[in-house]
Design a protein around this ligand. Structure first.
Ligand SMILES: Nc1ncnc2c1ncn2[C@@H]1O[C@H](COP(=O)(O)OP(=O)(O)OP(=O)(O)O)[C@@H](O)[C@H]1O
Ligand SMILES: [Mg+2]
Length: 271
């Protein structure tokens, strides 16, 4: 049975879709069968970032409503045999996604894939709660700034109350992915420090992704950054995050700093 992960944030534009594509591709690059699912009905961005927009025929809503079978809607990635996309619809009514329909599709995906990565819409409304509902794990995408951290905190509250796991009295596993981290701005004090974000949100750190033009370049050519330029700084940070998702333990490095978090803490003690 596959693992269902929701990529969520509350605040818009923090890097959920970018991270869904990059983590999905990174897991598929490890030879694990992965599907990225676009829950952002109406905006439909994930197919663009994946470079599959011209191949969309059926979408999540078609499958939820029974107008198409799952294999008809799944798009296999051109570059990776193990990577698939279940796109969202651009035009249809958001309310077309029913709780029962989504549950059926997610359970179906669980049987066919190792990883099911769900790209959540922004906000804390129905679309976001539907995307998180059946998740085993959540990746909370946060930028190092106050409004993003505050919205992530609200999302953590929803994850602990509105998911199936929460209803069963279980805790959903939550991981923080700090994205668009700019070392120069952090040094100037224009951004929250990593430690501050960790202290406020108090969930384990999955990784820190640097602010980088490589992300924009990748999205312009319709490729997840881990496929577009696998040796770029954001790609390497996403590869490490994917390894941690898969259960490996490795130290987190802060982009732009040579020492890792462990080194930093140790260095401070030694000073
Ligand atoms: N590490 C990064 N460095 C530079 N730009 C980035 C980075 N991550 C994301 N971006 C850019 O930020 C913008 C928003 O990213 P993205 O669409 O992934 O966010 P989102 O959270 O999915 O947004 P929405 O809430 O609208 O769905 C995009 O233009 C993307 O290219
Ligand atoms: Mg998005």
């Amino acid at each position: 049975m596959g693992k269902v992960i929701v990529v969520t944030s509350g605040k818009g534009g923090v890097g959920k879709t970018t991270s869904t594509a990059a983590l999905g591709a990174a897991l598929a690059q490890r030879n694990e069968k992965t599907v990225v699912v676009d829950f952002d009905v109406g905006l439909r961005n994930l197919d663009l970032v994946m470079g599959a927009e011209r191949r969309v025929v059926y979408d999540l809503i078609n499958v939820v409503q029974g107008d198409a079978k799952l294999p008809q809607a799944l798009i296999r990635d051109k570059r990776l045999e193990t990577l698939f996309l279940l796109p969202a619809s651009q035009t249809r009514d958001k309310d077309a996604l029913t709780t029962e329909g989504v549950e059926r599709v997610v359970n179906d995906l669980r049987r066919h894939f190792d990883w099911i990565i769900c790209d959540s819409p922004a906000g804390i409304e129905r679309g976001a709660t539907l995307a998180m509902r059946h998740a085993d794990m959540a990746v909370v995408v946060t930028n190092p700034e106050v409004s993003s951290v505050r919205d992530s905190d609200r999302i953590i509250g929803l994850l602990d109350s509105k998911t199936e796991k929460a209803e069963r009295g279980e805790r959903i596993e939550k991981h923080l992915l700090l994205t668009r981290y700019d070392a120069t701005r952090a040094e100037r004090g224009d951004m929250l420090k990593v430690d501050d974000v960790l202290e406020i949100l108090s969930i384990p750190l999955l990784g820190i992704i640097p602010e980088s033009m490589d992300v924009l370049r990748a999205s312009n050519i319709g490729a997840p950054v881990t496929l577009a330029d696998s040796r770029s700084a954001p790609a390497m940070a996403y590869f490490d995050a994917a390894r941690r998702l898969a259960g490996e333990t490795l130290p987190v490095t802060i982009p732009g700093e040579k020492r890792g978090l462990f080194g930093k803490i140790f260095g401070r003690r030694a000073a």
